[in-house]
Design a protein around this ligand. Structure first.
Ligand SMILES: Nc1ncnc2c1ncn2[C@@H]1O[C@H](COP(=O)(O)OP(=O)(O)OP(=O)(O)O)[C@@H](O)[C@H]1O
Ligand SMILES: [Mg+2]
Length: 348
């Protein structure tokens, strides 16, 4: 049976397809979120505390934070579904994310109106809490003014409304707002749990893989289950009817072969501009992004025994500066060349 045609997932798939034009098109696997809190992998502490809050019907305002693809959005959606059931969710849950306008005006009108509207009658016969939930996903992209406007709304309507703020960077949430919420930290998914989830998807989709392939997916995705799932689906598309191998995953994920990284770091020893430029040119022409190169050179340097602690610290400082320039949009080729030249001076 396909991963998408399991009876429990049928509805989620249908929703995604309904947004489409009604045709039976395949959807990205990452759209297949956990339907209930029992399906959330890892994050045991978070799930356990949320369960206790639900049992006592005493839910505080929530603030979920942590790196991408660790289950923040999925957990709150699964929790509200467990609380209200699929029918009541529409009237009890308001979800706004970064793609919605969430300036101060929207907070004053839309959010406030939803927050103060009384809870609709529960006709479904299931026992559920007498309040509504407002989910503000990607809250770290809200302006400080809009966040400030939320403070009073949260207090005034706390009897009938609970807020759940979700972000990657908790430091971007203003302190008065953060202090009104119970904070939950989502950690990158541990290898074992990621592997179990990927193995489950492979089982459902009939994907075969050689030893080490799933480890390579996990390695390249750094605890982000969304990325891992994307890599798996891309690899499956490209290598349909073939067993997935570690090199195939490396190719999909844009991981640079260790040999290429070794060529770059050994070019430092030559101290020759020509040799360094050739190594950089070859890496850039091979299509690798400067970000990925710097990230992998960083890992190689930290693990390498041939450099002293001082050299590692200096190289890390250099890489930090280059990374910032790249994030600001600087030219990749020039930044790499600059980094390589400076690094060769450090590792005499
Ligand atoms: N802990 C988890 N348990 C089960 N599935 C997960 C978990 N974490 C991530 N996933 C899967 O990865 C995908 C992305 O998860 P989700 O959208 O919840 O991440 P997020 O933490 O909200 O990320 P972002 O910070 O980028 O918004 C979903 O399809 C979901 O199925
Ligand atoms: Mg999210």
């Amino acid at each position: 049976m396909s991963f998408f045609t399991k009876p429990t997932k049928a509805k989620a798939t249908a929703t995604v397809r309904a947004k489409d034009d009604g045709h039976d098109r395949p959807v990205p696997w990452i759209e297949n979120r956990p339907r209930s809190m029992t399906d959330v992998s890892a994050q045991e502490e978070v799930v356990q505390v949320l369960r206790k809050c639900l049992e006592s019907q005493n839910l505080p305002h929530l603030l979920f934070y942590g790196p991408p693809g660790t289950g923040k959005t999925s957990t709150i959606l699964a929790m509200t579904r467990d609380m209200f059931g699929p029918e009541l969710m529409r009237s009890r849950v308001l979800e706004l994310n970064a793609s919605d306008e969430r300036g101060i005006q929207v907070i004053r009108e839309k959010v406030k109106n939803f927050a103060r509207s009384t809870v609709s009658q529960n006709d479904s016969g299931r026992s559920c809490p007498p309040y509504k939930i407002i989910i503000l996903d990607e809250a770290d992209s809200m302006t400080s003014d809009a966040q400030a406007a939320l403070r009073r709304t949260m207090e005034n309507y706390s009897k009938i409304t609970r807020f759940c703020l979700i972000c990657n960077y908790v430091s971007r949430i203003i302190e008065p707002l953060a202090s009104r919420c119970a904070k939950f930290r989502f950690k990158p998914l541990p290898v074992e749990q990621s592997k179990a989830k990927l193995a489950y998807i492979c089982g459902q989709e009939g994907i075969t893989h050689e030893a080490g392939a799933l480890d390579q997916v996990i390695d390249a995705s750094e605890g982000d289950l969304r990325r891992a799932t994307m890599f798996l689906q891309s690899a499956h598309r490209l290598y349909t009817n073939q067993a997935l191998t570690a090199p195939a995953i490396q190719e999909i994920a844009g991981v640079i072969p260790a040999q290429r990284i070794a060529e770059l770091t050994s070019a430092w020893q030559s101290k020759s501009y020509e040799a360094i430029r050739t190594a950089v040119d070859q890496a850039v022409w091979a299509g690798f992004s400067a970000h990925q190169i710097i990230s992998q050179v960083h890992d190689a340097v930290i693990d390498g025994a041939q450099w002293t602690s001082l050299q590692k610290a200096q190289l890390a400082q250099l890489m930090g500066a280059v990374d910032k320039c790249l994030s600001d949009g600087a030219d990749e080729h020039l930044q790499l060349l600059n980094f390589m030249m400076q690094a060769s001076k450090l590792v005499a």
